[in-house]
Design a protein around this ligand. Structure first.
Ligand code: ATP
Ligand code: MG
Length: 416
């Protein structure tokens, strides 16, 4: 223990090194989506070999990795192959079974660990954790109640009317607003719970949000922590549409509090790796509103993609450093940035006909950085890529972002 922080023993895995058997230093990732792909790019740039475990032969990360193990996440042979190939392992996908990480941790350093990933995968445990460290972080979550039984449902209908209107969210497997139903009154609650399969849920009070933001923290095996300034996020239909990353994107007092809260949440979990904590800014009648913690992602996050182009170390660089036991550089943002998410809709016109976005026009705008994830089939709501705009000042970044969003027919334009 050092300053109340557990210090775990971890022999650094240096890029370019070989183990006793002459095997090159290799980092592994559970999950082969776009986050895994950007992790692989960052690891390879440093000189590591990479291995991805994902059942999908077409997975975005599997396509660019030295090794792609195409098995189920729980397959013992696949997990053992990953452990044999890699000196350290991370995860990129919200719902990789915590049990699989637990199995890997028997023989390899795994960051983040199975226990914290398990907490983040279950809204009930996640909220209990936020409540447990609210004194330390200074930020609580939205008022909520757990619904796991018909009796709990009835009790809410009878005596917890103050949670309504609210949002019923499944405890597990929710992402991009999936597994959520908005409830206006007690009469709608039972039907909504049935619609979600009567699985374990939380009912959360609907809060008057004025903004949303998130904070990325990286914590090493030795308890060292670095963080990025909060980014402000705009969602459309429950999916992140725009991230604003520049000074003045939110009131500075709130930004400082959010950053400190995220760091204390990471410490409280003895977290190792990159953690994203999402916050709401709630209208409480005060000039700037107050902060409420929403949820955390035990991995890099969509709202941190701008760090690839606007910072001297990206969230993926920090993921690599943290898991491998390398020093964590304190990231410095060198340009204001706006990130626009590119969903499948961008590849279809108003009549539903497939079209090629006008990349010539978009890429001739100054400071545009296009990232496509190598997904072959565009579908509505599917995250296909993102466009980051950087520039010398916030006004010019906003002007270019507005122009690019108009050319691509993106939503959330009025929020830029
Ligand atoms: P993701 O994984 O994409 O972040 P998710 O499916 O886990 O999303 P949440 O982050 O819980 O879901 O909610 C999605 C969005 O719904 C939030 O970003 C916010 O805009 C809105 N929302 C969620 N909970 C509340 C609440 N209690 N009050 C008001 N709005 C809310
Ligand atoms: Mg969320």
């Amino acid at each position: 223990m050092k300053d109340g922080i557990h210090v775990a023993a971890m022999t650094p895995v240096f890029p370019g090194s070989e183990d006793a058997a002459g095997q090159p230093a290799t980092l592994g990732v559970m999950g082969g989506g776009q986050l895994g792909r950007m992790f692989v790019h960052a690891a390879q740039r440093l000189g590591y070999f990479t291995a991805v475990l994902d059942p999908d032969a077409q997975s975005p990360a599997g396509r660019v990795s030295h090794h792609h193990i195409q098995t189920d996440y729980n397959d013992p042979a696949g997990l053992s192959q990953l452990a044999q190939l890699c000196q350290a392992i991370t995860t990129e996908f919200e719902n990789v079974p915590a049990q699989a990480l637990h199995v890997l941790a028997q023989t390899r350093p795994v960051a983040p660990g199975a226990a914290v990933v398990g907490i983040a995968q279950n809204r009930i445990e996640e909220k209990a954790h936020f409540a447990a460290c609210a004194d330390l972080s200074g930020v609580s979550c939205a008022p909520y109640a757990v619904i796991e039984t018909p009796a709990q449902l009835q009790a809410i209908q009878e005596d917890q009317a103050d949670l309504l209107p609210g949002i019923l969210k499944t405890a597990r497997m929710g992402y991009d607003g999936k597994g959520q139903i908005r409830i206006k009154n007690a009469g709608e609650l039972a039907a909504a719970w049935m619609e979600l399969g009567s699985v374990a849920c939380v009912l959360e009070k609907m809060l008057p949000l004025t903004a949303e933001c998130s904070v990325l923290v990286a914590r090493g095996w030795d308890g060292q922590v670095v963080s990025f300034a909060p980014q402000r996020n705009v969602h459309v239909d429950g999916i992140l549409a725009v991230t604003h990353a520049y000074e003045g994107n939110m009131p500075s007092a709130l930004a400082t509090r959010a950053r400190e809260a995220a760091v204390s949440i990471a410490h409280h979990l003895s977290y190792v790796g990159v953690l994203c904590v999402e916050f709401f800014v709630v209208d409480d009648g005060s000039p700037h509103g107050s902060l409420v913690v929403n949820e955390m992602a035990p991995r890099p996050h969509n709202s941190g993609h701008y760090t690839l182009d606007a910072c001297d170390a990206s969230q993926f660089d920090l993921q690599v450093h943290a898991m491998a036991g390398l020093p964590l550089p304190s990231p410095r943002q060198h340009s204001p940035a706006i990130m626009l998410n590119l969903l499948g809709e961008v590849w279809f016109d108003a009549r539903g006909q497939r079209r090629e976005p006008d990349w010539t026009a978009v890429l001739s705008l100054p400071g545009t950085h296009l990232h496509l994830y190598g997904k072959l089939q565009a579908r509505a709501g599917r995250k296909m890529g993102h466009l980051t705009i950087t520039g010398p000042d916030v006004a010019s970044v906003k002007a270019v972002a507005r122009h690019a969003a108009g050319l691509l027919g993106l939503p959330g334009l009025d929020a830029i």
